[in-house]
Design a protein around this ligand. Structure first.
Ligand SMILES: C[S@@+](CC[C@H](N)C(=O)[O-])C[C@H]1O[C@@H](n2cnc3c(N)ncnc32)[C@H](O)[C@@H]1O
Length: 363
């Protein structure tokens, strides 16, 4: 069985990443290796050993007792299992206490049997949903509830990340557990910027979804003095408000928060928001680059500032995007500029998902 090898002090953080992504091998404990490191067991859904998500940590295969593992398929009729074999779902995704499963047409009539076995085998799961792709104007996930442990078919759930709880409803608004490492990066970057400026910073997240990026930033006293947050999807904004209220209650320094349900490009139309932002987050991967121009007016002038954005770009653009953006930023008054554009993962055979990180002083 594969195990992620981590320094002892990082065990909790990595265990949360593994668990919230549905990569934990249920029922198998964490080991201490001979050299005092911790070995966290991961299941077949976890990314490959060389994936950047592991941040250079080692993955080792360590033998564990087979009889401890019992798969949910052991719990269904073995004749039926043999009949359906090639269509049986091999992977699933855990979002909070919801297990999302892709069901082929061939097994769909047996969805309740499958869901019951999964619920029995996985005590942390409350609800089994079929993955029906995406839906609607905001292209949120289309999850069809199949069976709940307690009869509650609601897709409202909670995810614990970096010690904070985020209330989400994946059926109504976007949320990705896979961006957890990026959110930790936002927190580190915010601390660095605040230290550099020797004051609390103003953050803006106009595409905030339910607000996961704020969990770390707004719960830390003295880090942020003002937050401008929004989303175009009203269902996301409802949960954003809930999450932010909770984060603020844990902070003992005053923070002014503005939450708006609007197009991110419209923040610039309200003059009191212009020239106020120290840290801007732009997570609208298909449109991040084209929205930059409307977001520049928000950035504070004559002061060090940071923009972190995530974009899906053509692989052919990987070499040129930094210089193209450097020109765009310079044309919009950025000086002392340093920009990086790092590939986080392949998105398709021709596209990549990248993180853009830009430090500058706008004049
Ligand atoms: C990729 S999601 C990111 C959400 C959140 N930042 C996160 O990391 O979970 C993009 C979000 O932008 C919202 N959105 C789409 N177009 C928008 C626009 N023009 N202005 C503001 N929000 C928009 C979507 O509803 C969605 O919640």
């Amino acid at each position: 069985m594969r195990h992620l090898i981590v320094p002892s002090v990082d065990t909790q953080r990595w265990f949360e990443v593994i668990k919230s992504n549905g990569w934990a091998e249920e029922g198998i404990g964490i080991l201490t290796t001979d050299d005092g490191l911790k070995a966290i067991p991961v299941n077949g859904n976890a990314p490959s050993d060389s994936d950047v998500v592991w941040q250079g940590l080692n993955i080792k295969v360590i033998a564990r007792s087979d009889n401890v593992i019992k798969h949910w398929t052991d719990l269904i009729d073995q004749e039926l299992l043999a009949e359906l074999d090639e269509f049986i779902p091999r992977s699933h995704e855990l979002i909070g206490d919801i297990l999302v499963v892709k069901l082929e047409d061939e097994v769909y009539p047996y969805r309740e049997v499958i869901a019951s076995a999964m619920l029995e085998r996985m005590p942390n799961v409350r609800l089994i949903c079929a993955d029906k792709g995406v839906k609607g104007e905001f292209r949120v996930r289309n999850l069809q509830p199949i069976k709940a442990r307690d009869g509650d078919l609601s897709t409202l759930t909670r995810v614990k990340e970096h010690g904070q709880v985020i209330v989400i409803d994946p059926n109504k608004s976007y949320f990705s557990t896979r961006l957890s490492t990026e959110r930790h990066g936002n927190y580190i970057a915010a601390k660095q910027l605040s230290n550099q400026l020797s004051r609390p910073i103003t953050v803006c997240d106009p595409y905030a979804g339910v607000g996961p990026a704020m969990a770390g930033l707004l719960t830390e006293s003295g880090l942020v003095d003002r937050a401008l947050l929004g989303d175009l999807n009203p269902s996301a904004v409802e949960l954003l408000q809930q999450n932010i209220t909770k984060y603020l209650s844990k902070n003992n320094t005053p923070i002014t928060v503005e939450i708006r349900c609007q197009d991110g490009r419209k923040w610039r139309d309200i003059s009191e928001f212009n020239h106020t932002v120290d840290l801007l987050l732009v997570n609208l991967p298909h449109d991040t680059v084209s929205h930059f121009i409307d977001l520049f007016p928000l950035m504070r002038r004559n002061s060090q500032s940071l923009i972190r954005g995530w974009a899906i770009i053509d692989k052919t653009e990987l070499q040129t995007i930094s210089s193209r953006l450097a020109m765009l930023f310079a044309d919009n008054g950025a000086t002392n500029h340093s920009i990086t554009c790092d590939e986080i993962k392949g998105f398709s055979s021709s596209k990549s998902f990248v993180r853009i990180e830009s430090h500058q002083v706008f004049q």
